[in-house]
Design a protein around this ligand. Structure first.
Ligand code: SF4
Ligand code: SF4
Length: 344
């Protein structure tokens, strides 16, 4: 198949029509990660999205593409909210990725008003990124979020070149308004979580849905050569959605609708201090990063779960009426199991 390439919004970056989300390579050895990354490149994928938070993902990408930097488009991100710390993260990303510039640098998971005030205020992370841009260390500035309202606000701020937001056949919140605002502002729309964090197990149906929306650049995660080949093969076929596909999409929506956390954070804050959203996502993180890494990565959030008094406040706030305390309990049991397996 000949990969198709598209412009990333108003930037002058040209990227493959789907990219590579680099969380799953965390669980691979360095050699295996390099093999999968290089194979993806050989099959035509040129866009790689990582983050300071994704452990050794940046280092593995740096090894995979050493000496061929200009052939790939690299995006990374920082969770830091303050200028100095964000600059530290950026310098570290450059070192790990063995490069002196990033094509896109994103403020990671700006989901609450307080986050936005902090990153965009005096000595906030945005200042670091803008200074890095002026110094040529960053070509374009992006933002990522799980909150529709915040994403809309940031897209409309005129400060960003790209926005990264969850979008898949279950999480359709971005459809219409956010996609419309993104197209209007000519921003690149990077669609994270095409499989809804592993909840959708039919790749063909997942991508039929996404390919039906123009201007969306999905970044599936890959942890094997076969997975890369599967998605490349899907993209090589014309995108035809038949009645069976529509029925399957509806089935996913009805089955997962009442159990699937969209990470929108409307349920927070919890009066007891339970870190609801990251704790709700524990099974997904364990699936993507592996249980031994997930127990460390999510420790703080999971250790807050026993504080839950089942008061029900979060359920009232959740637009999807998820049975949050019940799900948290099940996730905590899984976390304890993984913790025990790690200690044994
Ligand atoms: S539990 Fe509900 S409100 Fe909270 S993040 Fe998940 S989907 Fe959003
Ligand atoms: S039910 Fe538990 S998690 Fe939800 S708001 Fe109450 S204490 Fe917090």
């Amino acid at each position: 198949m000949l990969m198709r390439y598209v412009k990333l919004g108003r930037t002058d970056l040209t990227v493959s029509e789907f990219g590579f989300g680099c969380i799953p390579i965390i669980r691979l050895s360095k050699d295996d990660a390099v093999k999968v990354l290089r194979h993806a490149f050989e099959r035509g994928i040129t866009f790689f999205d990582t983050a300071n938070a994704y452990r050794d993902s940046e280092e593995k990408i740096g090894v995979a593409f050493a000496g061929m930097r200009d052939n790939v488009v690299l995006a990374s991100k920082t969770l830091q909210r303050r200028e100095e710390e964000a600059m530290g993260h950026l310098e570290n990303s450059l070192r790990m990725l063995k490069t002196d510039y990033l094509d896109v640098y994103q403020l990671h998971q700006v989901a609450q008003e307080e986050d936005w005030h902090e990153v965009s205020g005096p000595a906030g992370a945005l200042e670091a990124v803008m200074k890095a841009k002026a110094a040529g260390k960053v070509r374009y500035v992006g933002v990522t979020s799980h909150s529709l309202q915040m994403a809309l606000k940031m897209v409309r701020s005129g400060l960003f070149d790209t926005v990264q937001f969850p979008f898949n056949l279950i999480e359709e919140g971005a459809n219409v308004e956010l996609l419309g605002a993104t197209r209007e502002a000519v921003l690149g729309f990077i669609s994270m979580k095409p499989f809804a964090g592993g909840a959708i197990d039919n790749a063909e149906v997942a991508f039929k849905y996404l390919r039906n929306h123009s201007g969306v650049i999905p970044i599936p995660g890959f942890q094997s050569i076969d997975q890369v080949d599967e998605i490349v093969s899907i993209y090589s076929r014309p995108n035809i959605i038949d009645e069976q596909d529509i029925a399957m999409m509806e089935n996913y929506r009805s089955e997962l609708g009442k159990i699937f956390c969209r990470r929108c954070e409307y349920c927070q804050p919890c009066p007891q201090g339970v870190m609801i959203t990251p704790a709700m996502g524990y099974p997904t993180v364990a699936r993507r990063m592996s249980p031994p890494i997930a127990v460390e990565f999510c420790r703080k959030a999971m250790e807050s779960v026993p504080l839950c008094t089942e008061c029900g406040t979060c359920i009232e706030r959740c637009p999807y009426e998820l049975k949050i305390p019940e799900i948290l309990k099940a996730n905590y049991a899984l976390y304890e199991k993984h913790l025990k397996e790690k200690q044994d």
